[in-house]
Design a protein around this ligand. Structure first.
Ligand SMILES: [Zn+2]
Ligand SMILES: [Zn+2]
Length: 268
């Protein structure tokens, strides 16, 4: 990162991956596989099922998964610190670690890479099971929603794996082909996220949502609103106050001179 950035120590962050955290990930993977298998079984048994809707369900599921990857990534990159209750050690640590040591992810095994994301897909499959809870009243739109959730489950489950491939020097030929055709996140597209001003391309599943979200200034608007309400400077814990102030000024997050001055004084 640039000269004015101030970041955490990589080895300290890496040491935060504890045995308890790994146990939680293994349990999460088991629960997620069970609940998504149950959802697929319920979809297959549903009378209004039609394969013709599958391509559209896949597109909706992939876009949903890409958007969620961007939203969660932005949330933990931009706000909070290692001391944030629950999420500090559970999630924010891995995001800070990745920014100070991009290649570390390529050395993580399957559980450390994917455990968290696979566990979180339980939210999709349980939502789908609730939609299909009464077999007699299931409609085609219910089944469509659930098919989309299955695709979102698949892509969210492997978002970190796809992200890991984007940082690998020599991915397999099949992975390289998927990256070149933009079916999964392309390394050069993701590289923009790791370059100044560190506020682009948060979506890391396929990256298709990055352009539209940037066009409507989605994250910039959220940051401006949150800073106006709370006075908290975005990404201060990630890149240090000086660099964070520069990015916020460039983003238009701090357009009131008084606000800029107050943050500069109180956050030293
Ligand atoms: Zn990031
Ligand atoms: Zn990355």
């Amino acid at each position: 990162m640039g000269e004015s950035t101030k970041q955490h120590d990589a080895s300290e962050l890496a040491a935060g991956y504890t045995a308890q955290h790994r146990t939680y990930e293994i349990c999460g993977i088991i629960v997620a596989i069970a609940s998504s298998s149950w959802l697929i079984a319920r979809i297959v048994q549903s009378p209004p099922l039609s394969g013709w809707w599958m391509p559209l369900a896949a597109l909706v599921g992939i876009l949903l998964s890409d958007f969620i990857s961007g939203f969660v990534h932005w949330l933990f990159d931009t706000w909070g610190s290692l001391d944030t209750p629950v999420f500090g050690r559970l999630a924010i640590r891995t995001f800070r670690h990745h920014h100070v040591d991009q290649k570390a992810i390529t050395t993580h095994d399957f559980i450390e890479t994917n455990g968290h994301n696979i566990s979180l897909t339980t939210i999709y499959s349980v939502s789908g099971l609730l939609v299909l809870r009464s077999a007699e009243t299931v409609t085609l739109s219910d089944v469509f929603i659930c098919m989309s959730l299955v695709w979102a489950t698949l892509f969210t489950a492997f978002t970190s794996q796809i992200h890991k491939w984007a940082h690998q020097d020599q991915p397999s030929r099949l992975v390289a082909l998927l990256q070149r055709t933009r079916i999964i996140l392309a390394p050069e597209h993701h590289a923009a996220h790791h370059s100044a001003p560190y506020n682009r391309n948060y979506c890391i599943t396929v990256g298709w949502m990055n352009g539209p979200l940037r066009a409507i200034r989605f994250f910039e608007t959220l940051e401006r609103t949150i800073t106006a309400i709370t006075g908290v400077l975005p990404r201060e814990d990630d890149i240090g106050k000086r660099a964070a102030l520069a990015v916020a000024t460039e983003n238009g997050t701090l357009d009131q001179p008084d606000e800029k001055k107050a943050l500069a004084v109180t956050r030293d």
